[in-house]
Write a protein that binds this ligand. Sequence first.
Ligand code: PRP
Length: 207
Amino acid sequence: MLNIALPKGRLGEKVLFMFEKAGFECPSIHENNRKLIFENPECGVRYFWVKPSDVAIYVERGAADIGVAGKDILLEYQPDIYELLDLNMGKCRMAVAAKNGFRDDPKRTLRVATKFTNIAGQYYLSKGRDIDIIHLNGSIEIAPILGLSDVIVDIVETGTTLKENNLSVIETIVPISARLIANKSSYKFKSEEIETVVRELATQTEA
Ligand code: PRP
């Protein structure tokens, strides 16, 4: 049985569609209920819905053999997993944003609000810029508006959230997309099943 951690939400629904199209169907997952684990012994799959930011933890620790996680989470937490395939979906970018018209004063420590403290820390370290990191858990866009920070490091997809809050991107750090990941020992012991998934999903991402 292949244990698959899916990110709960819109991206997860699309990913599930891809897995089912690849032949790993699971009719019970479409029943309207609040269950979180579904299996189909005929196809040899067990799916579970988890918080998107937790997928890599399930996979790293072997509770799931494979899963789908955003590159943002992989960069931020550096889980000890294999990254097998770029699914070319859930595309967005990690960016620095600030209030419209913001001018950086290099003589002052830059206050950076973010959920992604490691990504932000590494980025500014590589630029040799002194920063004060303010870790927040959500609604990051509020920080510069209220004067809590000078800039934010966050995910930008359509740019609507920034625009509606009079903020704009000042630098792009890295493009982000959803990745198929695998537990390292599962990849050894269930290599055939996992390789089948990779092959099937790859044909869909190429198409
Ligand atoms: C992300 C991000 C922005 C928003 C950007 O939040 O933190 O707030 O999406 O999208 P946009 O460019 O299309 O407006 P998400 O919805 O993932 O929730 P979060 O507040 O938990 O980060």
